[in-house]
Design a protein around this ligand. Structure first.
Ligand SMILES: [Zn+2]
Length: 256
């Protein structure tokens, strides 16, 4: 399989791949609790590996992922909303802090600081800046993959106000295949299946079996996850993305 990771490639290799398909993928995630059996970088790891799969199958190159710049007031460590997630019967943040060996006040202070600094402002500036930079590297379509779902709103706003010439396609993954029955979640069956398919070595499969450790999960039981279900979902996403990317690329080439 050809290398598709931009930062690891030589200029002449980049040129060859870009001239074949001037599409860049920008994977984005954050650092956030994803149960005790998934790594905290899950969202970016998942988005990056998904981008690599798309680039290998559809064409284009993958940019290094985002981990920083998000609004820290919208993470599982500080957000506990049983009004939205009926199965949350006790405050999961207490157990998270025990496992981390950290204090909830520190996460809360950081959430307040983040809000006072403008919430998503920094992320939006960083994304807008990156899109311009990627366009200057010769790409005509930029697929922005929001591994952490709350990134999709600000990403769409940035895509709408983008004043460059490249076509921007913000997506999450499951949002492209919702009508086929796939549903997004937080560290539950879907996200766990994706990581089992994409980066199995990073999933603590023993920890996953321990019901006591299923803390801060939102969605269907992650013990029902499988690499096979993950692969099926990924293939469905790639099938759907392929047509959308081709359409944007022909618009860009026609100068629309
Ligand atoms: Zn996630």
């Amino acid at each position: 399989m050809a290398n598709v990771r931009y930062e690891t490639m030589l200029p002449r290799e980049i040129r060859r791949a870009r001239e074949r398909m001037p599409v860049a993928y920008l994977p984005m995630g954050i650092l956030e609790w994803h149960g005790e059996f998934l790594p905290v970088g899950n969202d970016a790891l998942k988005a990056h590996a998904l981008c690599c799969r798309m680039a290998e199958e559809i064409g284009g190159l993958v940019m290094p992922p985002f981990y920083w710049g998000d609004n820290r007031a919208e993470i599982a460590e500080v957000v506990f909303k049983p009004q939205y997630f009926g199965h949350l019967d006790h405050d999961h943040t207490v157990e998270m802090m025990e496992v981390y060996g950290l204090r909830k006040e520190d996460f809360e202070r950081e959430a307040e600081r983040s809000k006072a600094e403008g919430g998503w402002r920094l992320f939006k500036e960083l994304l807008d800046h990156s899109l311009h930079q990627i366009e200057s590297l010769g790409f005509k379509v930029i697929v922005v993959v929001a591994g952490h779902y709350p990134l999709i709103g600000p990403s769409r706003q940035v895509a709408e106000s983008y004043d460059g010439r490249a076509k921007i396609m913000p997506m999450i993954g499951y949002d492209l295949v919702k009508d086929q029955g796939y549903k997004g979640d937080h560290a539950a069956r879907w996200e766990t299946s994706l990581l089992l398919a994409l980066r199995p070595e990073l999933v603590d499969t023993l920890g996953l079996k321990d019901a006591q450790r299923l803390v801060g999960i939102m969605g269907e039981d992650p013990r029902k996850a499988s690499a096979e279900y993950g692969r099926e979902g990924i293939n469905a996403i790639i099938r759907e993305a392929r047509g959308r990317i081709a359409e944007l690329l022909s618009q860009a080439r026609r100068g629309e």
